[in-house]
Design a protein around this ligand. Structure first.
Ligand SMILES: [Ca+2]
Ligand SMILES: [Ca+2]
Length: 297
């Protein structure tokens, strides 16, 4: 199925929505549960996804049933997929609450999974998400179309001011990208953390970009020419709110926590290897480590 242009009901919703600047902790979540045909899933978002983005006149995105997964990140079913395109594709979504007030900090996180052939598609097959500001400026988070084009980066949409992560883009491997956005008068401060562990504290350092002023931020976008999947977009006031680990079945601290968690996973997924795969762990051992960290014993 495709994200289509200009659904009348959604246009009405967008007009009805009142966008106000508030200081309460914003929470945006889009896990892409399938709700054909409106695409108005998630929370903290207004209206539906629709075609849009700089020089993007198509949104050839399809919905998939299985969620992307990354090291036990909390997820919900569904994802969005794209092939390699010969023109820029994009979809945009309005935030219920505009971001960007000076002195505020917000975090955004997203899962990306490269597909097909890396760099295939016009402009070397870029893909990612955009955070769109009121000054005509946008932050791009993802795999770029130039420069360090086989690493995850943050950059101005279009490629200026690129800050590479040093983390390679690997076809078939899901990546978790988290960006701290510190909004201030003039240029804002963006810090990229690549593949942090869900549920863990904020890393001590990341890749910093400080040459972009978004102004206020009324919307986000999906933006691509390369083949990929995108899922689990979150925006929140704290790092923890955008990197939640899904809880296991056991009670943390209880003597039977580990055993209870393991048996529940085995039952749900038909064995621990299948559970590790479904939850996005690289191995059963990595899953066992996460259970141990959760249980605390
Ligand atoms: Ca999902
Ligand atoms: Ca600013």
């Amino acid at each position: 199925m495709r994200i289509s242009r200009g659904l009348t009901t959604c246009a009405a919703l967008a007009i009805a929505a009142t966008l106000t600047q508030t200081t309460w902790a914003q929470s945006v979540y889009e896990g892409f549960s399938l709700t054909f045909p409106l695409y108005n899933t998630g929370s903290g978002l207004s209206g539906a996804w629709q075609v849009g983005g700089f020089n993007a006149f198509a949104a050839g995105y399809t919905a998939g049933e299985r969620s992307l997964a990354f090291n036990g990140l909390q997820t919900s079913p569904g994802r969005v997929s794209a092939g390699a395109f010969n023109a820029i594709n994009g979809a945009i979504r309005t935030l219920t609450t505009t971001l960007g007030a000076n002195g505020t900090t917000r975090y955004v996180s997203v899962l990306l999974r490269p597909q097909g052939t890396l760099n295939a598609g016009i402009f070397d097959g870029f893909f990612g998400i955009t955070v769109s500001g009121s000054l005509g400026n946008e932050l791009f988070i993802g795999k770029p179309g130039a420069g360090a084009e086989e690493e995850y980066v943050i950059e101005n949409r279009g490629g200026a001011g690129q800050m590479p992560s040093g983390v390679p883009v690997v076809v078939g491997a899901t990546a978790l990208l988290v960006v701290k956005m510190e909004f201030q008068a003039g240029n804002d401060l963006f810090t990229l953390y690549t593949n942090p562990m869900p549920g863990a504290p904020e890393p001590a350092s990341g890749v910093v970009k400080s040459d972009l002023d978004l102004g206020t931020v009324p919307r986000i976008g999906i933006y691509s020419t390369g083949a990929f999947d995108v899922d689990e977009i979150r925006i929140g006031a704290t790092y923890a709110s955008v990197t939640p680990a899904a809880p296991f079945a056991g009670a943390p601290g209880a003597a039977n926590c580990h055993g209870k968690s393991v048996s529940a996973l085995a039952q749900t997924y038909g064995g621990l290897p299948a559970a590790a795969s479904a939850l996005g762990f690289s191995s059963v051992g990595a899953l066992q480590n996460a259970i141990a960290a959760f249980c605390g014993n």
